[in-house]
Design a protein around this ligand. Structure first.
Ligand code: MN
Length: 248
């Protein structure tokens, strides 16, 4: 039973920290123990948290402050929560350095990319070269509205066993330049990156969709959480050295 830390939303006005229950239920259904992680100041506390959990989920949420990828905010940028950005970027870097399994969901995939020095389109409308699909669906959250094409040489394919998958979509930002060490594991047919993964890490995967909202109706999405839980158990048992090195 792996302990999976899940990052939370932070409400800037009331300073509440919260997370949708469905993330916890998915981790539980996959055999893990969910633990909620409030934003912490970058520093030793982040390292302590990273040491205390076996795996991580970076949950969905608002936009990443474009300053973290070297841009000024455009009018299209939505709500930003800088404390959360700083915490999650720091946490991802520590997790990757420690070989800890992590799953980034929606915003979490974008955080993974930015933490690896990649960048984002602040809004999908800013992508050139033709019209894009509707990536901010108004259909119910559980309902898959567009298709993604999964590269067969990837962890994501290993987990899902599917070249094509219909997914939900609740994003208006998108990955532009991939971060160091990352590859695109899936794209929508309009070219938008829908999954990224780290080429050297045992399990560092980001998905642009929300599997936690779909798994009760489409069991293939539970496999993502089961795979994370399995990788986290392996990490905890120390049998999978990070980046090919022996630990400690
Ligand atoms: Mn999408």
């Amino acid at each position: 039973m792996a302990v999976i830390g899940i990052t939370c939303m932070q409400d800037g006005e009331n300073k509440r920290v919260w997370l949708h229950r469905r993330y916890c239920r998915a981790v539980e259904a996959a055999g893990g123990v969910p633990v909620l992680l409030p934003p912490l100041r970058p520093g030793p506390a982040v390292g302590r948290v990273a040491a205390a959990v076996d795996g991580l989920i970076l949950a969905g949420g608002g936009d990443i402050d474009p300053r973290f990828f070297g841009e000024e905010p455009l009018p299209e940028t939505g709500r930003i929560e800088p404390e959360r950005d700083l915490f999650e970027i720091s946490l991802v870097r520590r997790a990757l350095a420690a070989g800890m399994p992590l799953l980034g969901i929606c915003r979490g995939m974008q955080v993974l990319n930015v933490a690896c020095k990649g960048d984002l389109y602040q809004d999908i409308s800013l992508i050139g070269g033709g019209r894009r699909f509707k990536h901010r669906q108004t259909a119910p959250r559980w309902y898959p509205t567009h298709e993604i094409h999964i590269n067969p040489e990837t962890l994501l394919f290993g987990i899902t066993g599917q070249r094509r998958l219909r997914v939900n979509s609740f994003h208006h930002q998108a990955v532009r330049r991939l971060g160091t060490g990352l590859r695109a594991a899936a794209r929508a047919r309009d070219g938008v990156v829908e999954a990224v993964e780290h080429k050297e890490a045992a399990f560092a995967l980001g998905v642009q969709f929300h599997p936690e909202a779909m798994w009760t109706r489409y069991p293939v999405f539970l496999r993502l959480f089961e795979a994370l839980n399995q990788a986290a158990e392996t990490h905890r048992d120390g049998s999978d050295p990070p980046f090919g090195r022996k630990r400690g």
